[in-house]
Ligand binder design. Structure first.
Ligand SMILES: Cc1cc2nc3c(=O)[nH]c(=O)nc-3n(C[C@H](O)[C@H](O)[C@H](O)COP(=O)(O)OP(=O)(O)OC[C@H]3O[C@@H](n4cnc5c(N)ncnc54)[C@H](O)[C@@H]3O)c2cc1C
Length: 553
C-alpha cells in the first residue's frame, strides 16, 4: 500500500518550498509530501491520486491564489477526497474567509503565515489532524477497481471475467460513491461508457473488451513459441486435463480459452461428485488448481482469445484467433464444450445483466442478498444454483417444466432442496415474459396444464435451461452429428469403408476426428458423458492418441 499523501498548495514559490521543507522534515517517514503551485495543478494531482487508489491525508492550502482561492480549491477537492483533513494558510486579512470556511466546507483548521517555529505553530496542529485522520480513514484499495453501475450488463461482464480469471478487484457502484462518480465524470467519456476499470499504475480502461482487460491485468494472451506439438482449444476440465498431461509428457502445448479457464465447471458453485473431494469443491477452485498445475508443468494458457478458424496445411494444423494471430502445431485437441441455451421470451433482451443472467452468476450473490430470486430450470446445475443463492437471498423460486425435480436432478440435490426452507419449487410452469424498467422487476409464469398466467415479483432470474455444443468453428471441416456434436474414432460414419475425406491406411485413433491430427474430447464430443470427471478423463486419455499421432509426423 502506497503511503498516504500530504498535499501543499501555494502560488508563491518561496513559501511553497518552505512548507515542503518543513513537511518533509517531519512527515516524510509516514507520508508522501506533494506540492502544487496552483489550485488547478493541485486538482490534477488529487485526481491522479484518486485514480491510482492512493489516499490523501491532508491538504494544506494557501487562501490567496490568483486562479482559485484556497477555499474554492478545498470545495472542489472535497468530492474526490472527502476524508482528507483541510487546512488553510492565511494572512491576517483572510481570517474572516477562513472562519466562514469552517462552517461552509468543513475546514479543519487555519494557520497564520508565517508558521515559525514549526515545532510550535505547525506540527502540533497537523499531528492532531493526522492522528484523527488515521483513526477514521478507510484506506483505499490499491488493486484493480471497477467503477460501474450495479444493473449494467457491461459492468456485470467485466466483474465476471475478472472473478473467473482470479484477478482480485474492488467493485464500486458509482451511484453510491460520490467521490468515484466525481472522478469518472471528469474522464473524457464521463459516465457514458461504464464500467471504468482503474489500475494501480494510474491508468484506466472504459468499457473494455475481455482481451483488453486480460492484457492490462497481466494475463497471458499471446503464444510465446513459434510452433507447438499440440494446441488445445477450450479451457474447461477436458482442455485443462489435456494440457496437464501433454506438458508432463514433455510436449510443447498451448491452450487457448476464449473467456476464463474452468469452462462450465468453473461456473459451478459446488461440484460434489468429483473424486477425491468428499466435501465438494467449487468450480472456481478446481479451475484455479488445474490452471496452476498445467502452468507448473510448462503448458501455456491464453485467456480471452477466441479461436475462429482451424485449418489443415499438412503436416501442420493452424489455429486462428479472433485478433488475427495464428498458432501452428502438429495436432489440435478440441475441448470447446457446451454453450448455454438462450430463453426467447418477450422483454428479456434489455434486461440481460440487469437482473436476468444465464447460468450461475456467482459474483451476483452479494448483489441479491436478502432479495427474492428465481431459478429457471430443473437439472443439476439449476439445483446447485438454487442452493447457492438460498444462502444469501431471502427466497429462491425454482420454475421447472416437469412435474417435479426428480428424475432430472441428482437425488442428493433434490433432498437438499426439499430441506432448505427458503427454496420453493413451481412445477409444470414456464416463463411467458419478463418486465422491469431498467432492471428486472417481474416475471410472468404460464401454467403448462391450464395456460393460466400469473405474475411473480423478483429481483433476479438465473436461467439454466440446457446447452448446445460449441462446434461451429469446425463446421465444414469435421464431421458432426445432427445436434452439432463432433464425431470421433469408431463412431465416424463411413463411405466405402472410410471416414469422410480420410486417405490414410490406418483407422482413426480414439478421440480422433475425420481429419488426422485433430482430436475432440469432453462435452463437445458425440457420445461423451457430460460430467466433470468424464471430461477430465477424456482430456487425459486423449494424450495417448495424440502421442501416437505425433509419432507419425
Ligand atoms: C452450472 C453447472 C454446474 C455443473 N455441475 C456439475 C457437477 O456438479 N458435476 C459434474 O460432474 N458436472 C457438472 N457440470 C457439467 C460439467 O461442468 C461439464 O460436463 C464439464 O465442464 C465439461 O467440460 P469440457 O471441458 O468438456 O467443456 P466446458 O466445461 O464447456 O469448457 C469448454 C471451454 O471451451 C471454451 N471455448 C469454447 N469455444 C471456444 C473457442 N472457439 N475458442 C476458445 N475457447 C473456446 C469455453 O469458453 C469453455 O471454457 C455442471 C455444469 C454447469 C453449467
Amino acid at each position: 500500500m502506497a503511503k498516504p499523501a500530504i498535499v501543499s498548495v501555494d502560488d508563491d514559490p518561496q513559501v511553497l518550498s518552505a512548507i515542503e521543507r518543513d513537511l518533509r522534515g517531519h512527515y516524510s517517514g509516514e507520508y508522501r509530501v506533494l506540492k502544487a503551485a496552483s489550485g488547478r495543478e493541485a486538482l490534477d494531482t488529487a485526481r491522479q491520486l484518486k485514480q491510482r487508489g492512493a489516499a490523501v491525508a491532508l491538504f494544506l492550502v494557501d487562501q490567496r491564489m490568483p486562479d482559485m482561492t484556497g477555499t474554492q480549491f478545498l470545495t472542489e477537492v472535497r468530492d474526490l477526497h472527502p476524508e482528507a483533513r483541510k487546512v488553510l494558510l492565511t494572512a491576517y486579512a483572510d481570517t474572516d474567509a477562513a472562519i466562514e470556511s469552517i462552517n461552509r466546507i468543513g475546514l479543519d483548521h487555519y494557520l497564520m503565515k508565517p508558521w515559525d517555529p514549526p515545532d510550535q505553530k505547525l506540527y502540533p496542529v497537523l499531528d492532531d489532524l493526522l492522528a484523527e485522520w488515521k483513526a477514521r480513514a478507510h484506506l483505499p484499495y490499491d488493486g484493480v477497481r471497477i467503477a460501474g453501475a450495479r444493473f449494467s450488463p457491461q459492468s456485470h461482464a467485466v466483474r465476471e471475467f475478472l472473478s473467473r480469471n482470479q484477478v482480485p478487484y474492488q467493485w464500486i457502484d458509482v451511484d453510491e460513491d460520490a467521490s468515484m462518480r466525481g472522478l469518472v465524470s471528469s474522464f473524457p467519456d464521463g459516465l457514458a461508457r461504464l464500467p471504468v476499470v482503474l489500475f494501480p499504475d494510474g491508468t484506466y480502461l472504459t468499457a473494455p473488451s475481455n482481451l483488453e482487460l486480460a492484457r492490462k491485468a497481466g494475463l497471458q494472451t499471446q503464444a510465446m513459441k513459434p510452433f507447438y506439438d499440440v494446441v488445445v482449444v477450450g479451457g474447461g476440465p477436458a482442455g485443462l486435463a489435456h494440457a496437464v498431461y501433454a506438458a508432463t509428457e514433455g510436449l510443447r502445448v498451448v491452450l487457448v480459452e476464449q473467456s476464463a479457464p474452468g469452462g462450465q465447471a468453473g461456473t459451478s458453485s459446488r461440484i460434489e461428485n468429483y473424486l477425491g473431494f468428499p466435501n465438494g469443491i467449487t468450480g472456481a477452485d478446481l479451475a484455479q488448481r488445474a490452471t496452476a498445475q498445467a502452468r507448473r508443468f510448462g503448458a501455456e494458457i491464453l485467456t480471452a482469445q477466441e479461436v475462429v478458424e482451424i485449418r489443415r496445411n499438412d503436416p501442420y494444423r493452424i489455429v486462428r484467433m479472433a485478433d488475427g494471430k495464428e498458432i501452428s502445431a502438429f495436432a489440435v485437441v478440441l475441448t470447446t464444450g457446451l454453450a448455454v441455451r438462450t430463453l426467447e421470451v418477450p422483454g428479456i433482451e434489455p434486461l440481460l445483466g440487469q437482473g436476468v443472467y444465464y447460468g450461475a452468476s456467482l459474483s451476483e450473490a452479494v448483489t441479491y442478498r436478502d432479495q427474492d430470486v428465481c431459478i429457471i430450470g430443473g437439472a443439476n446445475s439449476a439445483g446447485q444454483g438454487a442452493l447457492f443463492f438460498s444462502r444469501t437471498a431471502r427466497s429462491v423460486t425454482m420454475v421447472v417444466r416437469a412435474a417435479g425435480l426428480s428424475p432430472a436432478m441428482a437425488h442428493y440435490l433434490v433432498q437438499r432442496i426439499e430441506t432448505t426452507g427458503n427454496i420453493r419449487v413451481v412445477p409444470r410452469a414456464e416463463v411467458a415474459s419478463v418486465c422491469g424498467k431498467g432492471r428486472l422487476e417481474q416475471i410472468v409464469l404460464r401454467d403448462l396444464d391450464t395456460g393460466v398466467q400469473r405474475t411473480l415479483d423478483t429481483s433476479a432470474m438465473f436461467i439454466y435451461i440446457g446447452t448446445a455444443p460449441r462446434s461451429d468453428v469446425v463446421a465444414g471441416l469435421l464431421d458432426r452429428n445432427d445436434k452439432g456434436y463432433i464425431v470421433t474414432g469408431p463412431d465416424l460414419a463411413r463411405v466405402n469403408g472410410k471416414p469422410r475425406g480420410w486417405t490414410l491406411e490406418r483407422e482413426p485413433l480414439m478421440f480422433e476426428t475425420n481429419v488426422p491430427g485433430i482430436f475432440a474430447a469432453g462435452d463437445v464430443r458425440a457420445g461423451a458423458n457430460r460430467r466433470v470427471a468424464s471430461a477430465v478423463g477424456e482430456g487425459s486419455a486423449a494424450i495417448f492418441s495424440v502421442q501416437k499421432y505425433l509419432d507419425t509426423v
